[in-house]
Design a protein. Structure first.
Length: 197
């Protein structure tokens, strides 16, 4: 995992406190630079068109919906598929890179078995983003376009908390089309071709 660009501890104004100082690159990141970023679980990191994006981790309501969706989806999947939360996903590896970290992905189990540290968009059958106040335009516009362009068969937009609705978008002719709105993951999963056998 590759998050945390140039993070260093700096002495704080009080004896035992430490402030975190971030230094951000002044150029578009390459995949090699992304992979060299030290791991930092205190923030959410993505690279979009080579630009490093850093945000605080979502709060408890978001995490609650994430947990509920994982628990609902997992028992519905055939043995060869896995639901994974917060996995790095290469959307574009050519310069300038785009690496996203969706809330959930459904992938073929062989991705897990081979020990891959990051999913490629071509490995992903379903991507799920949970809305929060700061992500609406990114989830509904930018990621909708990026994930469709990457060829991911299905995209769900869930929430925001306390809503439990799932907007299901299905890839058709190179773009996503809204297919249904439901509060039942089982209904939404039936639209995946891999679930029909």
């Amino acid at each position: 995992m590759a998050p945390g660009a140039g993070i260093k501890a700096a002495p704080g104004p009080f004896d035992d406190r430490v402030m975190i100082s971030h230094s951000y690159p002044d150029h578009l990141l390459t995949m090699e630079e992304w992979e060299a970023i030290p791991e930092d679980t205190s923030r959410h990191y993505e690279a979009v068109d080579g630009v490093l994006h850093v945000a605080p981790h979502p709060g408890n309501p978001h995490q609650y919906l994430l947990s509920r969706l994982c628990k609902a989806i997992d028992p519905l999947l055939p043995a060869e598929l896995e639901v994974l939360p917060r996995v790095e996903m290469s959307v574009r590896v050519d310069y300038p890179i785009t690496v996203r970290c969706p809330d959930l992905v459904v992938v073929n189990r062989n991705l897990v078995d081979r020990g891959a540290q990051r999913a490629d968009a071509s490995d992903v059958l379903l991507v799920v983003e949970i809305l929060n106040a700061g992500s609406v335009s990114v989830d509904r516009v930018h990621k909708l376009h990026e994930y469709a362009e990457a060829g991911i068969p299905q995209y769900w937009i869930a929430g925001p908390y306390p809503e439990k609705t799932i907007e299901v978008y299905v890839l058709r002719d190179g773009g996503y089309e809204p297919d249904l709105v439901t509060d039942d993951p089982a209904t939404a999963l039936r639209l995946l071709p891999e679930m029909s056998h």
